[in-house]
Design a protein around this ligand. Structure first.
Ligand SMILES: [Ca+2]
Length: 400
């Protein structure tokens, strides 16, 4: 997606310069860059989810129940063709939060920090912080190892935030109870799960929501940029038992695919850590893994619902932009047994994205326009009346 085919959000960023072209090409203006009418800058609530694919009712999944994310999709714009820059946590997140491509950041793996290459790059939360917004993070916005980094700062960026919270819940204490279907791998990268005892609020992601709500309450009177990052449905798939009960094993369907689906797919298209179909696991184990993933999605949905309820209760709906994304998609056995991430198939590179910006004409309508995740940075800055760095790739890297 180069400069010759600017994406939908890029159109937004370019604003007036592109308006004529937008009309000529028939692009539907779902969000506009006109004055948002706020007496003060709008707040930003950025909700990040880890390893969430389109297994949500609002994206047409026949089984997975996500009523709260669905409500946000109805309230805002659901992007049906949004693509992450690289389908892996660290490079995708670094790209979203700097508005720059992995090729510029030189971040392709799970270890490298984007400031190693660009020490003075201005992140999106940093931009807001420097323009007077209170900037805070709860949980995983930049990369973290899940689950072993939970409770730490992970690969954080201190310049981005006024305040950070690193929740750590009973899921970390319960690690010894987690079932690992591939015991030769660590649970961070293996199909592994736990139908947990206890309440939502005891889980790390329940604490993420609780702490984020506290920050919403404490900072409701000032412009804020609040990043709220959930750790599930990343492996291990840990969620309270009631969410597993939503998905009886005999109702779960494994993906269908054509016979010989792999015969015309080059080897390089498959992730190096998923060398054989389904990791060689049997059908019952795959059904249980799918159940656990679905349970984790519904558990996260409930935590998102708690956040959205707080926004409503605090009467922040008319002054808060809400951006919901996952860092990439996720495989659950498609193409004859691909699981997890690190591929460029649609299931993995196409990524959930929902944006609600108050009073925008496009709210309530999904869009098929292709967007990429580097478009998020300039769009959110523009919606809040803040000038983004002029050398972002949306400007083709030019200082115009
Ligand atoms: Ca991830």
């Amino acid at each position: 997606m180069g400069a010759s085919t600017p994406s939908y959000l890029s159109y937004l960023y370019l604003g007036h310069k592109m308006l004529k072209q937008m009309l000529l090409t028939g692009c539907l203006v779902l969000l506009s860059v006109v004055n948002t009418g706020f007496a003060r800058g709008p707040n930003v609530l950025m909700i990040a989810v880890d390893d969430l694919n389109h297994a949500m009712s609002c994206y047409g999944h026949p089984q997975v129940k996500t009523p709260h994310i669905d409500s946000l999709a109805v309230q805002g714009v659901r992007f049906d063709k949004a693509y992450c820059q690289i389908p892996l946590c660290n490079p995708s997140r670094a790209s979203i939060l700097t508005g720059r491509r992995p090729d510029e950041l030189r971040v392709y793996d799970l270890e490298r920090h984007f400031r190693d290459q660009l020490p003075d790059v201005k992140t999106l939360p940093q931009l807001f912080k420097e323009n007077g917004w209170y900037s805070a993070r709860v949980g995983k916005l930049y990369h973290y190892n899940v689950p072993f980094g939970i409770g730490t700062n992970g690969l954080d960026d201190a310049a981005s935030w006024d305040h950070v919270v690193n929740p750590k819940g009973r899921d970390t204490d319960d690690e010894k109870l987690i079932y690992n279907a591939e015991p030769h791998r660590a649970i961070s990268g293996a199909l592994s799960w736990l139908a947990a005892d206890g309440t939502d609020e005891e889980q790390t992601d329940g604490i993420v929501a609780t702490e984020a709500i506290k920050l919403l309450e404490a900072h409701q009177k000032e412009p804020f940029f609040l990043g709220v990052g959930f750790y599930r449905p990343h492996t291990p798939f840990v969620a309270p038992k009631k969410y597993f009960d939503l998905y009886p094993l005999d109702k779960i369907q494994l993906p269908k695919f054509p016979a010989n689906d792999r015969s015309d797919i080059p080897e390089a298209a498959f992730a190096h850590n998923c060398p054989v179909p389904n990791y060689g696991l049997d059908r019952d184990t795959l059904l249980r893994a799918t159940q656990a993933y679905y349970a984790s999605v519904s558990f996260i949905d409930a935590q998102v619902g708690r956040l959205l309820d707080a926004v409503k209760r605090l009467k922040l709906e008319d002054s808060t932009i809400i951006i919901f994304w996952s860092d990439h998609g996720y495989h659950l056995g498609e193409h004859d047994g691909i699981w997890q991430k690190r591929t460029l198939f649609e299931e993995c590179s196409r990524t959930p994205l929902i944006i609600y910006a108050p009073d925008q004409l496009g709210n309530g309508k999904p869009t098929q326009q292709v967007v990429e995740f580097i478009d998020i940075y300039p769009t959110i800055a523009e919606l809040c009346g803040i000038s983004a760095p002029v050398d972002l790739p949306v400007n083709n890297g030019q200082k115009t």
